[in-house]
Design a protein around this ligand. Structure first.
Ligand SMILES: [Mg+2]
Length: 342
């Protein structure tokens, strides 16, 4: 989901937007800034609106995040099932806990929709995703409405050390991703293609997924993404300085991290998922891989290995020039999904 927890992507701390003066903000970031200005800001030591999840004081530090999924905006129910929509809503919210290096706790789910909505199917997907991620639904709300909207709020905690923010990267840090990118966007493209010629391949909800292993994996990545919780924890333990999940697209989300950290980025390579294009890897969101910046690349690789994870993939490094955004020496566009707020 595009911008969870009202995360602005500018990474602006309250009262000091680093790279984006208000007057230059447009669309969704501007709308988020308007909302942020209407609400009180956090006390020292807490992070509220502006990162992947909120960090608040309590008996221990809690992570809090919420995500909206709207039928027709975040999910096309002609292409995927209601159970898939429910799964994706949970995975997208939990992913923001992963992006802080945290462990998810109890989940709240609020659903508004037409009385005809198949709640069993929807909550079947929600429950399956919650089981997959080890975070139970402990409450929520239900209402009828014209349009189906699912709001998932996830709590979380960091068992030791500090949460990994977007804003901690420094010049010289190496940049990694936890896996190849673009699979979810490719999966959506494949589902759309199949929907255009039913009969050749049943690509509808509950149908056969794709024509080869790469396509099937891509369709699964779109329907049933999984938050990289173990990766986020391994990165935190290895001393990663900044992290964000790829919910909007590599170009957009890396720009969010760089803006928040006040660093430039030079990318040398973009790992592209099987069945995906480089364009999908750069601009397609909802992969939920993590982008990690670290001054200790060897430690990161060792930590992943110790956790039994595939090695992280190095894609480039941070620079001290906060205006720099390069991919193989050419301008890196912050492509990715944004809600068209006025
Ligand atoms: Mg995020």
């Amino acid at each position: 989901v595009a911008v969870p927890n009202l995360g602005s992507g500018t990474g602006a701390r309250r009262g000091q937007p680093p790279d984006a003066p208000r007057s230059r903000l447009r669309g969704e970031p501007a709308a988020i800034e308007r909302v942020r200005a209407l609400l009180p800001g956090p006390p020292r030591g807490e992070i509220w609106i502006g990162d992947d999840a909120a960090v608040v004081a309590g008996a221990k530090r809690l992570l809090l995040t919420t995500d909206l999924s709207v039928a027709g905006v975040h999910a096309d129910l002609d292409l995927i099932g209601l159970d898939d929509l429910g799964w994706r809503a949970v995975a997208g919210a939990v992913s923001d806990i992963a992006a802080m290096g945290g462990r998810p706790g109890p989940v709240l789910v609020a659903v508004a929709g037409p009385p005809s909505v198949d709640l069993e199917l929807l909550y079947g997907g929600i429950a399956a995703a919650c089981a997959e991620h080890g975070s139970p639904v402990v409450g929520g709300d239900l209402s009828t409405a014209d349009q189906l909207v699912v709001a998932v709020s996830v709590t979380g905690a960091v068992p030791a050390g500090r949460p990994v923010l977007r804003s901690g990267a420094g010049g010289g840090d190496r940049i990694f991703v936890t896996g190849p990118l673009g699979a979810a966007a490719a999966g959506l493209r494949i589902l759309r293609r199949h929907a255009g010629r039913r009969g050749a391949v049943d690509g509808g909800p509950g149908g056969t997924d794709g024509e080869d292993d790469g396509e099937r994996a891509a369709v699964r990545a779109h329907r049933r993404p999984v938050a990289r919780l173990a990766h986020g924890e391994a990165a935190r333990r290895a001393g990663a300085r900044a992290m964000i999940d790829v919910s909007d697209g590599l170009g957009a989300d890396l720009a969010h991290l760089a803006d928040a950290s006040g660093v430039g980025v030079r990318l040398e390579r973009v790992p592209v998922a099987s069945a995906a294009t480089e364009e999908e890897a750069l601009g397609g969101g909802e992969d939920y891989e993590l982008i990690i910046a670290t001054p200790d690349p060897d430690g990161l690789v060792e930590s992943f290995a110790a956790s039994g994870l595939e090695p992280p993939l190095e894609i480039g490094h941070c620079t001290g020039d906060r205006a720099e955004r390069l991919l193989r020496g050419r301008p890196l566009e912050p492509t990715g999904w944004e809600h068209p707020w006025g």
